[in-house]
Write a protein that binds this ligand. Structure first.
Ligand code: AMP
Length: 215
């Protein structure tokens, strides 16, 4: 099942991708996570990516396409995957299509998590992530039982460096200008499924799962 989760920053791609990956036993491949790991490791690639990430801008297509090309060769991706945060512009989407055409394994479906802009800011400023297991909480919408402690594993929660108001504003602008055109791109390919990304998290998972089951 070769899929993409599409949506603005804060639309729930990471949260849903994580649950769906376990449900369907296919990896969630997040370019944001791959880039943050490269930054944390202090690799050359991480150093090149860091300034764009801190500014809420896009890292170069060359870097992210290279990361995806390499990640898709891993054994765990042979039965499919959920791409999260990639592609983020038309050039990346075309590169992905070309890459997958070479393998004769085209994308099967793209699910858009549709969330009103007004809600995204609260989701992003309130987001906290567990440094150990990656679980995502929100201090306003789904707070952990104990402040700054993960409900699942007891790990410390942290706030992503790019989840501050100035950077968020730029990320949302970048989404509107560069990523939102992918909606039309995948509509034209008859691959786009749009769902309401607000409300109960489990209901959203089920809605995406139902779509995955039909593609
Ligand atoms: P995310 O975790 O998906 O919100 O991504 C965090 C940051 O990583 C973004 O604001 C970008 O700076 C960078 N990034 C992630 N995915 C991509 C991509 N496909 N293309 C360019 N930059 C990306």
């Amino acid at each position: 099942m070769r899929t993409v989760l599409l949506g603005a920053p804060g639309s729930g791609k990471g949260t849903q991708g994580d649950v769906l990956s376990r449900k369907f036993n296919i990896p969630q491949i997040s370019t944001g996570d791959l880039l943050r790991a490269a930054v944390a490791a202090g690799s050359d690639l991480g150093k090149q990516a860091k300034s764009a990430m801190d500014a809420g801008a896009l890292v170069s297509d060359e870097i992210v396409i290279g990361l995806i090309r390499e990640r898709l060769t891993h054994e765990d991706a042979k039965n499919g995957y959920i791409l999260d945060g990639f592609p983020r512009n038309i050039a990346q989407a075309e590169a992905l299509d070309n890459m997958l055409a070479e393998l004769d394994q085209p994308l099967q479906g793209v699910v858009l998590l549709d969330v009103p802009f007004t809600e995204l800011m609260q989701r992003l400023t309130g987001r906290r992530t567990c440094k150990d297991c990656g679980a995502i909480f929100n201090v306003y919408l789904s707070p952990p039982k104990q402040e700054n402690i993960c409900n699942n594993c007891g790990g410390q929660l942290y706030q992503r460096q790019d989840d501050n108001e100035a950077t968020i504003e730029n990320r949302l602008k970048v989404y509107e200008e560069q990523t939102a055109p992918l909606i039309g791109f995948y509509q034209q390919q008859n691959k786009l499924h749009s769902i309401n990304g607000t409300g109960d998290i489990h209901a959203i998972t089920n809605a995406v799962g139902d779509i995955f089951n039909t593609i």
